[in-house]
Ligand binder design. Structure first.
Ligand SMILES: [Zn+2]
Length: 101
């Protein structure tokens, strides 16, 4: 006797197959998104967000500021604005002296 799946069983297997492929597809998309993100990071790392030229890292005390070699814009990393805001007036003046054009 040949075993013949019932319609319900067939439906179940089709759905399982779809779910399996969907999961594979989602994994592929996640990998692709991660790859794309890495590509963008590599492309933009230490590049000025305004003009695209290279940023030069300059350190003053514990503050590391990235200054653009093109437009001379100054960029701060996360938390650095708070550190700058805690400087005394004299420290601020010195900082501005370092990064002034
Ligand atoms: Zn720039």
């Amino acid at each position: 006797m040949v075993w013949k799946p019932s319609e319900k069983e067939e439906e179940y297997f089709v759905r399982m197959e779809f779910e399996r492929k969907k999961k594979l597809e989602e994994e592929k998309q996640t990998k692709l998104a991660a790859k794309e993100k890495k590509k963008l990071q590599d492309l933009h790392h230490m590049k000025c967000p305004k003009c695209g030229m290279d940023l030069i890292e300059m350190g003053y005390k514990n503050i590391r500021i990235d200054k653009c070699s093109g437009c001379e814009g100054v960029w701060l990393d996360a938390g650095e604005l708070e550190t700058v805001s805690q400087l005394e007036k004299a420290g601020l003046d010195k900082l501005f002296g370092v990064f002034r054009k």
